[in-house]
Ligand binder design. Sequence first.
Ligand SMILES: [Ca+2]
Ligand SMILES: [Ca+2]
Length: 248
Amino acid sequence: MRQQDMKSLTDSLNSAVSTLTSKLNDTVKTQDQKQTETERSLDSLKSSIQSDQQSKQRDFESLSRSLSVLKSSVSDLTSSVASLSSKQQISEERVMNALKELKSNMKYKKADVPVTCKSAWILYKSSCFLFSNNKLNWAEARDYCKAQGALLLKIEEDEEEWEFLNNHTIPEHYWVGLTDQNTGQWRWADDTPYTMNKERWAPGQPDDWEGHGLGEKGEDGEDCGQFIFTGKLNDNHCSSKMRFICRV
Ligand SMILES: [Ca+2]
Ligand SMILES: [Ca+2]
């Protein structure tokens, strides 16, 4: 090869290398630019994502706070409702108690209505008693009480009442509403049967004694009940005149 040709080839090669180098440089530059752009874009995206996340976090926190406030409100409301319900229950109980008391009072007053006794009559356990000063035979005494809208004394089986009667009769004699005149069986003046209780009678009574000679033929016995001075019962002749007890 000739020298001139060599030089020309070298120049041509050099030029080609230079062109290639320049192109390579351009390519690298472009690549760098692209990379930079990509990095920027990535940064921007990151920042955007970060910002979005932060915003979401803020939203979440705000929402959490709202929820907490709401929970507290619901709790307050529940407690208020419970308190109100309890108060209502207390009110209802009070009303019911007041009503019960009122009913009981009304009942008590109703049971207590016949409390007034005519003058000279004595109130005892919702009955009125008249211990007479005048003396009548048994039938007259029975009729007198009846005319007063009352009954010749019928005695309840009640120890306290027995004491009350004793306190007002001893040591006087009083007719009570007992007779065996018509049937031979002891009965009250309202014709209800009497259940014998010997403890209430004087010893040995009733004895239907005939020795006093008060009766007419066949009527000598004793068929009417009385309190004697000891406060015990005795059968006496019905024509005897003595005090008596009416009850209404
Ligand atoms: Ca008799
Ligand atoms: Ca007798």
